[in-house]
Design a protein around this ligand. Structure first.
Ligand code: NDP
Length: 426
């Protein structure tokens, strides 16, 4: 254990942690330079990124020291303000690694866009027949609207039409699936959709309401899976077999109750968002897609499933759309995002989605395991004490002493922290 450079990483000072990373064999000289220079967003770039910029808002940047995905080891960057997230992901990653890590499946990686048509005099059958006749020319129009993606091996993959109605209105919705290669592809897809509006209006003899990508990225769905033997899950007080039975029960509970499923998925997104943010991706897009995907059956469902196999192992899977990119958006301009991609060894967009899904699975394992054994408050309280200490102005030297006092306090709140800090300073 002590040979592991990341052994008790969380107990090291900030300088020691950076030193360990600097000396890590997988860290490239480029990553070292980036880390040395600092990962904060320069004011001059922020000023170009948004309107009315006035300051830079910082968030903690941490790592999960090791996560094994498809047999490959990664140091995973995470950006989050929530104290327990990186600790929990790191702990559960250790459990997953002991079980050989995760394996993943990703059948395709395409973005879907849509053009909504109203007031068409044609029947759905007539529209479908015309779409079949004109498909080839629509493909050409789409690819000509963004020829560089075709040169990169991507481009339009399918167009189909569906009829959808409300009490007041009836729509023909044309769905377009685009292989966006390494980009998330929002802008390139929107460009292509706009080029298709006139030909599709002509095809339907109707009128387009809008043309826009969909964040319900059902053509970019990733599954990550783990199989964990009971002994890995033994705790001081509970046998691994019992922990597994309780995790399986917790999984069923989240399927039965959307109130639980929502919190269950929030915990998963703690991990997913942290890596999505660190890698410069659009976390609102991932959030929207994940929750919509969780609702597809008509009842909001958990994104993970935990079962027991015939020999008593815990089998966990997570399935969700993860249309993340390795180019585009703010990826090339944010030093923190550039470092994240360097640290991960420049994974492809597909590989990055697999890492992120695996972190989501690890995060969920940590949360559910804690909930069905010790409860999450035990671990959270230590971290909450730290946040309270920082909030009342404890210095770096005072913080560990104050945390010890807070650990014995009957109620953890800012008032108690303030009083104890004053006591400490007397
Ligand atoms: P960009 O508009 O930055 O486009 C990425 C560009 O990268 C491509 O157009 C392509 O240009 C270039 N590129 C270089 N190498 C590759 C490669 N290997 N594969 C693919 N493209 C490559 O980003 P996206 O189109 O990905 O859009 C993402 C941004 O859009 C995010 O910032 C997101 O927040 C935002 N957005 C999101 C929306 C949503 O989610 N609903 C809506 C609108 C915007 P070229 O080939 O010409 O070199």
């Amino acid at each position: 254990m002590q040979n592991n450079p990341f052994y008790k990483f969380y107990q090291k000072s900030l300088d020691e942690r950076k030193e360990i990373l600097f000396n890590h064999p997988t860290l490239t000289s480029k990553a070292k330079k980036q880390l040395n220079k600092g990962l904060a967003l320069p004011e001059s770039i922020a000023n170009q990124m948004v309107e009315n910029q006035i300051e830079i808002y910082g968030l903690p940047y941490g790592i999960v020291p090791e996560l094994i995905v498809n047999g490959k080891s990664y140091i995973v960057p995470m950006v989050t303000e929530e104290p327990s997230v990186i600790a929990a992901a790191s702990y559960a990653s250790k459990l997953l690694n002991l079980a050989g890590g995760t394996t993943t499946i990703q059948e395709k990686r395409e973005m879907i866009g849509e053009i909504a048509i109203v007031n068409s005099p044609l029947t759905l059958e007539e529209v479908k027949a015309k779409l079949e006749e004109q498909k080839e020319s629509l493909f050409t129009i789409a690819n000509n609207a963004h020829p560089s993606i075709v040169k990169r091996g991507g481009g339009i993959r399918e167009i189909w039409v569906e009829e959808k109605s409300t009490e007041k209105e009836q729509f023909y919705i044309f769905y377009i699936s685009l292989d966006t290669k390494e980009a998330m592809g929002a802008n390139m897809l929107n460009t292509i959709l706009e080029a298709l509006v006139s030909p599709i209006e002509a095809l339907t003899e109707g009128e387009s309401i809008m043309a826009i990508l969909s964040n319900l990225a059902t053509n970019s769905v990733v599954t990550a899976k783990c199989v964990i033997s009971p002994r890995i899950l033994d705790t001081r007080t509970t046998k691994g077999e019992d922990v597994i039975d309780r995790i399986v029960l917790a999984s069923e509970f989240s399927k039965a109750d959307p109130y639980r499923a929502t919190t269950h998925n929030k915990g998963i997104m703690n991990g997913i968002d942290s890596v999505v943010i660190a890698t410069g991706n659009d976390w609102r897009a991932i959030e929207a897609g994940a929750h919509a995907y969780a609702s597809l059956s008509g009842q909001y469902q958990p994104l993970t499933n935990w079962t027991k196999d015939e020999v008593g192992n815990l089998v966990g899977t997570i399935t969700l759309p993860l249309p993340v990119g390795t180019v585009g958006g703010s990826i090339a301009i944010h030093p923190g995002a550039q470092f994240a991609h360097e640290l991960l060894g420049h994974p492809s967009a597909v590989e990055l989605a697999e890492i992120i899904a695996s972190i989501g699975l690890a995060q969920n394992l940590a949360a559910v395991r804690a909930l069905v054994t010790d409860g999450i408050q035990k671990g959270h309280m230590r971290l909450q004490a730290k946040s309270l200490g920082l909030a009342v102005g404890a210095t770096e030297d005072e913080l560990p002493l104050l945390m010890n006092l807070l650990a014995k306090a009957p109620h953890l709140n800012q008032e108690t922290a303030k009083a104890l800090l004053e006591e400490l300073r007397e």
